[in-house]
Design a protein around this ligand. Sequence first.
Ligand code: NAD
Length: 361
Amino acid sequence: MELNITCIPGDGIGPEIVREAKKVLNKVAKCYGHQINYTDILMGGASIDVHGVPLTEEAVETAKAADAVLMGSIGGDTTTSPWYQLPPNLRPEAGLLAIRKALNLFANLRPAVLYEELAEACPLKPEISEKGFDMLIMRELTGGLYFGERRTVEENGVRKAVDTLTYDEKEIRRIAVKGFDIARKRRKKVTSVDKANVLDSSRLWRSVVEEVAKDYPEVALEHMLVDNCAMQLVKDPAQFDVILTENMFGDILSDEASMVTGSIGMLASASLNDTKFGLYEPSHGSAPDIAGKDIANPIATVLSAAMMLRYSFDLDKEADAIETAVKEVLKEGCRTGDIMSAGCEQVSCSRMGDLLAERIR
Ligand code: NAD
C-alpha cells in the first residue's frame, strides 16, 4: 500500500520525536511491504520564523492532499519566547486551531492506557491500578459550549455572561458513528457520557446515540452521567473501553484520564474528520525545557503513528506490531528519563526509537 503522510515536526522536541516515529514507520513499511511518501510542512513557531505566520495556505493545501498528518508538537516557552509577544492570532497555537478547522477535524480520540510496567506512575491505589486499564476517550471537538453563541452584558448595573450549548442531531450522529466504528475494533463497549438528567442537549445526545447503536448490535452501549463518570475514572477505570462524549465533558474527562496514567510522554491522540483522514499527535506539548537534548520520550508520537495506521489506513496488524514493540521495550526495562524507575536502563530519545524499530516484525 502507498501511504502519503504529511509531517509537522513543529517546535521544541517536535522534530526529535517525529524523527523517531518515522524510524519506526519506515521499519513497518519494510516488514509489511508498504511505501511511505512523507512531505514535511512548517507550523507553529517554525513557520513564524520563516513565513511570519503560524500556518500558511500552502501548508494547509499540502496537508489536505495527504492521506493523514503526523505531528510532533508546536509552541515555545510561553514566558520567554518572542513568539508570545505577537498578537494571539499570530502565535504558534493559532496554527493548530487553524489546521483543525481547515481539515474539519470533529472527533478527538485520546487513549489512556496503564502499562503494567509503569503502574508505579499511576496515582491511584495499588488495588485499582493493578487491574490496569485501556480506554479511549472520543470527544466531539467542533460543537457544544465552545462554539455556541456567547455574550456578556450589563443589566441594571449587574454584569451577566451567557454561553450556549447547542448540538444538532447530525453533529451527534457523526461522532457517535465514529465512536461505534472504533469500539468495533476494540473491546466492543461504548459508554456514552452526558448530563441527561438536566440538559436538553444531553437528552438529544442520548436518543441519537441510541439510534446509532441499533446499527452496531455487537457493541454494548451504556449511558453514564458525567459526574458519575468523573468518579468512576478514579474508582474503577478498568470498566471503560470507549467513552463517547460532547466537547466540554470530553475536555475535562480526557485530562482526568491522562492524569491517572501518570505518564505524559506515553499518551497519543488523533483528530478525525468524516473520511479516513486524521491528524495524529502526542497529547503533550513541545517541552522546550528539554528540546535538542535527545532525552524526550518519543513513545506518545510512535503510538500516535500506530493510531494513524489503524484509523486512517485500516492497517491493524501493523498498528498491533508497533503497540507490541512498545510493550516489549518497556518489559525489557528500557526507559527514557521521564518514565525512569529504579533497576531500569535509561536510554535517549533516538535509542528508544532504534529499540522500537528493531522490535517491529
Ligand atoms: P509540555 O507538555 O510541553 O511539558 C510539560 C512537562 O512535561 C515538561 O516538564 C516537559 O519536559 C515534560 N514532557 C512533555 N512531553 C515530554 C516527553 N515526550 N518526554 C519527556 N518529557 C516530556 O507542556 P508545557 O510546558 O505546558 O507547554 C510547552 C509548550 O507546548 C507551550 O508552548 C504550549 O502551548 C505547547 N503545547 C502544545 C501542544 C500541541 O502542540 N498540541 C499541546 C500542549 C502544549
